[in-house]
Design a protein around this ligand. Structure first.
Ligand SMILES: Cc1cc2nc3c(=O)[nH]c(=O)nc-3n(C[C@H](O)[C@H](O)[C@H](O)COP(=O)(O)OP(=O)(O)OC[C@H]3O[C@@H](n4cnc5c(N)ncnc54)[C@H](O)[C@@H]3O)c2cc1C
Length: 328
């Protein structure tokens, strides 16, 4: 019997969307390992997030609360998670591949004398020995590796948008508090937290992405215009791009879709002048509908697109904007 524990990450407006993906995976793995799906949430007072987690029929939801857990102070979180894992003894510990995971998981693996696999896109159980098979992109996304590692707990970070989000199913789990010894004796002291506005592409319903096929920076204004028309109709639309556009300095890196950018799965992804290199495709191929506009009928993007237009975007975009303005 192997239990599966997830760390639920919280932001101001509630649980991070990716936590719901972790729940889906945790339940799948726990079933195969004949164990329990457990969740832990940390914070100054994470009761609200804990209550939200209870709605997902996990076997148990735990919280650790302490003023020192406010915000993210790596040493405090690391010490706390180490104690949580020693107390709950899960076979598997899962986190979203977030900045928090990138900071603490390697150190946690070392402390627990186990092996960590970061940035996985799929995790399965090998029925022969009930150990995890951890799938992740390697060689810049040109190949996939499936790894089986030694050590317990089996620690994995999961790339966002790799699994469907769990839905609350009416069953309510118990919320329990773990009382631990929280480190107050810090090496690092957080003096000030500065927030910067970032574009959260993965929250968009429709993403309109432009690539190197767009000849000038100014051409992106048409993409903005298209997004604005959709926004006016109440659809959350954002403009994204491929990596060369960020490299040229035309867009900020938080708008880049792909392996080294954001992984997205919107309802509609419109790829304009993007060829469909593997590093771009891995970031958007899970979109529900893909529309490609490209002058090259043989480009890769058409292989994953639901709808394709072999046309010059300069001809198509004004017509599309006009049509949407009239009809939506
Ligand atoms: C380690 C590594 C990580 C990477 N990570 C990423 C990543 O996260 N995201 C990413 O995007 N890339 C990434 N890349 C780069 C990637 O390999 C490609 O180089 C890049 O995605 C290509 O961008 P593009 O499709 O915009 O440009 P191109 O491949 O140059 O394609 C431009 C397309 O525009 C079309 N076109 C030209 N004119 C028009 C027109 N008038 N109308 C319509 N279509 C037109 C062309 O037919 C062509 O298909 C990475 C590369 C490496 C090595």
């Amino acid at each position: 019997m192997g239990d599966v524990l997830i760390l639920a990450e919280v932001k101001e407006s509630g649980l991070e969307k990716s936590t719901f993906e972790l729940i889906t995976l945790a339940k799948q793995l726990a079933k195969e390992l004949e164990g329990k799906a457990l969740s832990i949430v940390l914070g100054r007072d994470p009761t609200e997030a804990g209550q939200e987690l209870r709605r997902f029929a996990l076997d148990s939801v735990y919280k650790v609360q302490d003023p020192a857990l406010e915000g993210f102070v790596p040493e405090v979180w690391l010490n706390t998670l180490e104690q949580v894992i020693k107390e709950l003894r899960p076979q598997v510990f899962l986190m979203t591949h977030s900045p928090v995971a990138r900071d603490i998981l390697p150190r946690l693996g070392l402390r627990l004398n186990s092996t960590v696999t970061m940035d996985c896109v799929e995790v399965k159980v090998d029925p022969s020995d009930k150990r995890l098979l951890r799938k992740k992109p390697i060689y810049g996304g040109n190949a996939m590796a499936v790894l089986k590692c030694k050590g317990t707990p089996e620690i994995v970070s999961l790339r966002k948008n790799s699994y469907p989000m769990a839905q609350a199913d009416g069953q309510v789990s118990e919320l329990k508090e773990l009382t631990l010894k929280i480190t107050k004796d810090l090496v690092t002291q957080v003096l000030e937290t500065k927030k910067r506005d970032i574009v959260e592409l993965d929250k968009a319903e429709v993403i309109i992405s432009g690539g190197r096929g767009l000849a000038e920076k100014e051409e992106f204004s048409q993409l903005e215009q298209l997004a604005a028309v959709l926004e006016k109709k109440g659809i959350k639309a954002m403009v994204g791009c491929s990596r060369p556009i960020v490299d040229k300095g035309w867009m900020s890196s938080d708008r880049q879709v792909g392996l080294t950018g954001t992984m997205v799965a919107p309802n509609v992804y419109i790829a304009i002048g993007i060829s469909g290199a593997i590093q771009h495709l891995v970031g958007m191929v899970r979109s529900k509908k893909i529309i490609a506009i490209n002058t090259d009928a043989g480009c890769n993007m058409f292989k994953v697109a639901d709808y394709g237009l072999t046309e010059d975007y300069k001809e198509i975009l004004p017509l599309l904007i006009k049509k949407l303005e009239e009809t939506l």
